[in-house]
Design a protein. Structure first.
Length: 208
């Protein structure tokens, strides 16, 4: 069982007072002793003074050790918490980045789908019978010229949509790789961070 610091200091203080009292009594004894006993008493006083100095030094050492905070342990604890906080902040930012990339990927997939649907629609509209059906509502004698104009318009739009579809598809492939790497980073950070958090929780509430 660990002895309280105050109790240890109290014992040390009593020892100190006891030795001080002995030193005072020894100092008053030369007047009552014979002249031939002066040297032994002086030697005893010298030894008591040395013992008192040694005790003072030990008392100071004990007091510093008991009352001073555990700076090393505190520094290590702060360093662990700082490392956990840094990893947690990095994990949060990585999760946010992965989520943003995933939303962008969904938007690109939707655009890609729209471009594909538009291409299918344009190919249907470019069929000769559909162009004829469209021109029949105009009621004009310039059928050949209008038909050709209509065909060129549809072809130009088709080329534009095909170009956009190609760009979108390439961007989607790159974004899919970015999402994959972002998810891997999140998984790696979680694997590193969660055990650290578990250790700190065990220190606060250890299993009995």
């Amino acid at each position: 069982m660990k002895i309280p610091a105050r109790f240890v200091l109290l014992i040390c203080l009593l020892v100190f007072l006891s030795i001080s009292s002995m030193a005072q009594r020894a100092a008053t004894q030369p007047a009552e002793q014979s002249p031939g006993s002066a040297d032994p008493i002086a030697n005893e006083l010298s030894l008591l003074r040395k013992s008192l100095q040694t005790l003072n030094t030990r008392l100071q050492t004990i007091s510093d050790g008991l009352l001073a905070p555990d700076t090393k342990g505190e520094a290590e604890s702060k360093e662990r918490l700082k490392r956990i906080s840094t990893n947690f902040d990095l994990l949060t930012r990585s999760e946010e980045r992965a989520e943003i990339l995933r939303k962008q990927l969904i938007e690109l997939i939707e655009k890609e789908t729209q471009f594909k649907m538009r291409l299918t629609q344009l190919e249907e509209e470019m069929r000769p019978e559909n162009i004829e059906r469209t021109l029949s509502t105009y009621g004009t004698t310039r059928t050949v010229e209008i038909r050709e104009t209509r065909r060129r318009v549809l072809e130009n739009e088709k080329r534009g949509v095909e170009s956009l579809l190609q760009i979108t598809s390439q961007s989607r492939l790159r974004l899919e790789e970015d999402v994959r790497q972002a998810d891997q980073l999140v998984a790696k950070l979680r694997q590193r961070l969660f055990p650290l958090i578990d250790k700190e929780i065990e220190k606060i509430s250890p299993d009995r």
